[in-house]
Design a protein around this ligand. Structure first.
Ligand code: AMP
Length: 282
């Protein structure tokens, strides 16, 4: 297992091991690794000659200073988890300086409206921060395939748009959501929940699956009303938004169109800890 804190050393190493036609799989993360992250790593190992994981809590994508400060940082145990999968995985855990070189600011992107929906409405500047860091990481690692979770579906669509608009040569691979046994989507932020809060948070997925069922027969508006009413019964969970949107454009659904794929998106607070989840309504 090799750990790099410095992009020049990582790039040199990647150049030294790459032969013609060898592929690099890349898994960008913010650390505090769980089985969801590890599933992305496993997919990358299966399909590439080399795999790089980055662990970097990117300051420019946080709109809330407290969230940034309290974001779990667990590098030692992350390394052990990565090792348990394979010794051959390269870890890039840069400093803020290594990525931002003294200018910790976001580039401004036009993601053709994707950035103004849902997370974009509630987390000002978030996707400029995501775009900035992912573009830099792609420049450093130059991956053949990059693995992203469907859990952050809006982010996934933004990355696809980034790759298209900036003409970056990389395949973006979409990976399914890993859940706890009770249905709660795995997330690094779950580490901040107590055992009781984790149990309570299982209701998020429960309501999402009920919404999916209702969507078969009901209008988007009545599914949204149902979800709001359900969360009113659970005051321990504060609903920030529930949205049904078309998968490609992320535009909110007013009336269902037959040839479109829809998806439900949710953000809640459990004791000030912000959790998101999503489900396909196909
Ligand atoms: P993060 O460390 O939260 O920035 O996530 C790094 C990558 O892992 C992103 O592509 C996420 O979408 C993905 N990811 C996070 N949680 C899960 C999960 N429960 N299942 C699958 N992928 C996930």
């Amino acid at each position: 297992m090799l750990l790099f804190n410095n992009k020049v050393q990582l790039t040199k190493h990647l150049q030294s091991i790459s032969v013609s036609n060898s592929s690099i799989g890349f898994v960008p993360t913010m650390g505090a690794l769980h089985l969801g992250h590890l599933s992305l790593l496993e997919k990358s190992i299966q399909n590439n000659n080399h795999t790089v994981i980055s662990i970097f809590v990117n300051p420019t994508q946080f709109n809330n200073p407290e969230d940034l400060e309290k974001y779990p940082r667990t590098l030692e145990s992350d390394i052990q988890k990565i090792k348990s999968i394979s010794d051959a995985i390269l870890i890039y855990a840069p400093t803020v300086e290594d990525i931002y070189e003294g200018n910790t600011a976001s580039q401004s992107f036009d993601f053709e409206g994707l950035e103004h929906q849902m997370e974009g409405k509630f987390r000002a500047g978030h996707f400029d921060g995501v775009g900035t860091v992912v573009k830099r990481l792609f420049e450093i690692v130059n991956p053949t395939n990059a693995y992203f979770g469907e859990k952050d579906f809006q982010q996934l669509q933004i990355i696809k748009k980034l790759v298209e608009k900036e003409k970056i040569s990389v395949n973006v691979i979409e990976c399914p959501i890993y859940r706890e046994a009770n249905g709660l989507a795995m997330s690094s932020r779950n580490e901040r929940l107590t055992a009781i809060e984790k149990e309570n948070a299982a209701v998020i997925y429960k309501i999402l699956t009920q919404a999916k069922k209702l969507f078969l027969t009901e209008t988007c508006a009545s599914v949204k009303d149902f979800v709001t009413e359900e969360f009113n019964k659970h005051p321990e969970i504060e609903l920030e938004y529930f949205e049904i949107a078309e998968e490609e454009t992320l535009i909110s659904c007013d009336s269902k169109e037959l040839n479109k794929n829809y998806r439900a998106f949710i953000a809640v607070f459990v004791n000030k800890i912000r959790l998101i989840d999503t489900i396909s309504l196909k």
